[in-house]
Design a protein around this ligand. Structure first.
Ligand code: CO
Length: 302
């Protein structure tokens, strides 16, 4: 009788203890899944189109060090939006992540706050796709609760004016005012292509012989050549209006193929001087991206 009483008491105690333990565990479990108990961890994700040209990497290295200088101690992760470039690099043993892979990695590493900075030039297809992808991680269970996305280089009239000033400061000093400068933009069928004729307007306010052409949009190189001929311009400095001096700059702009900008301009009687420098190599242009990242970091504050 005594024995059975003792048994019942200990069983009761055991049950009480067990249920208390379960309650405690389930409480912390719920809290953890709501992210309340997770310590705050802030990171930066830099998203570029990417490049497979090793010499073009100087541009990304420059912006990487500028970001680390502006935000000391904050981990910086990179992602490339271009599937083709990532696969090309993977074959050479270089693993670059997509924006989705990078966000998943950062979520797994416990980041609670991520500022995603676009290193694109315009808010076109690449930007909007990565915007949607990265923001989706905010709604995901075990995702990243706080996400802010920084605008690409050009997202306002102020950006265009600042970018025009910054780019003009990088034109080779030997260029004479009667010689032209032609910036080669990528161009796109996306409505954001308007930033290229937009830049043309801001350049023309500052220097009448500076032009914008695009590879895949408007204005075209033919549009630019028409104006150069009308003004009887005999020499043009040609510079990429892209973050890196990659494949487009080295081949489509400065290459020896008959359809390169250098060949087409030369054939039109205009001496062509290609300048192989990506805009992310230029500190004053890169600082516009850094400003946009600062805005995104401010938006993270909660
Ligand atoms: Co392209």
């Amino acid at each position: 009788m005594y024995k059975s009483f003792h048994c019942r008491t200990s069983r009761l105690l055991y049950l009480l203890c067990a249920s208390f333990l379960l309650l405690t565990l389930s409480c912390t479990g719920v809290l953890a899944s709501h992210g309340q108990e997770q310590p705050e961890k802030t990171g930066i994700l830099l998203v570029a189109f990417g490049t497979s040209v090793p010499e073009a990497q100087v541009a990304f290295k420059n912006i990487d060090s500028m970001v680390k200088k502006a935000f000391p101690g904050i981990p910086v992760q990179w992602a490339y939006t271009s599937h083709i470039i990532r696969h090309k690099l993977a074959k050479q043993g270089q693993i670059l992540l997509s924006p989705a892979q990078a966000m998943a990695k950062m979520a797994d590493e416990g980041f609670t706050d991520v500022a995603v900075q676009s290193l694109h030039t315009i808010p076109g297809e690449e930007f909007h796709a990565m915007f949607g992808t990265t923001r989706a991680f905010q709604k995901m269970p075990n995702g990243i609760p706080h996400i802010a996305v920084g605008q690409p280089l050009l997202s306002s009239a102020a950006d265009m004016s600042a970018a025009a000033d910054a780019l003009l400061a990088n034109v080779p000093k030997e260029r004479k005012p009667y010689e032209a400068v032609v910036f080669m933009g990528h161009g796109t069928p996306h409505p954001a292509n308007v930033y290229y004729p937009g830049m043309q307007y801001y350049f023309s306010l500052k220097d009448p012989n500076v032009f914008v052409g695009t590879v895949e949009g408007s204005p075209t190189l033919d549009d630019v050549i028409k104006t150069l001929k009308a003004r009887k311009i005999k020499k043009a400095y040609v510079m990429p209006f892209m973050s890196v001096a990659g494949d487009h700059a080295r081949n489509d702009m400065a290459g020896d193929e008959p359809d390169s900008w250098k060949s087409v301009l030369t054939k039109a009687g205009i001496e062509c001087v290609p300048v192989l420098k990506g805009t992310a190599e230029m500190d004053n242009v890169a600082s516009i991206w850094i400003d946009h990242l600062k805005t995104a970091m401010q938006q993270l504050k909660h």
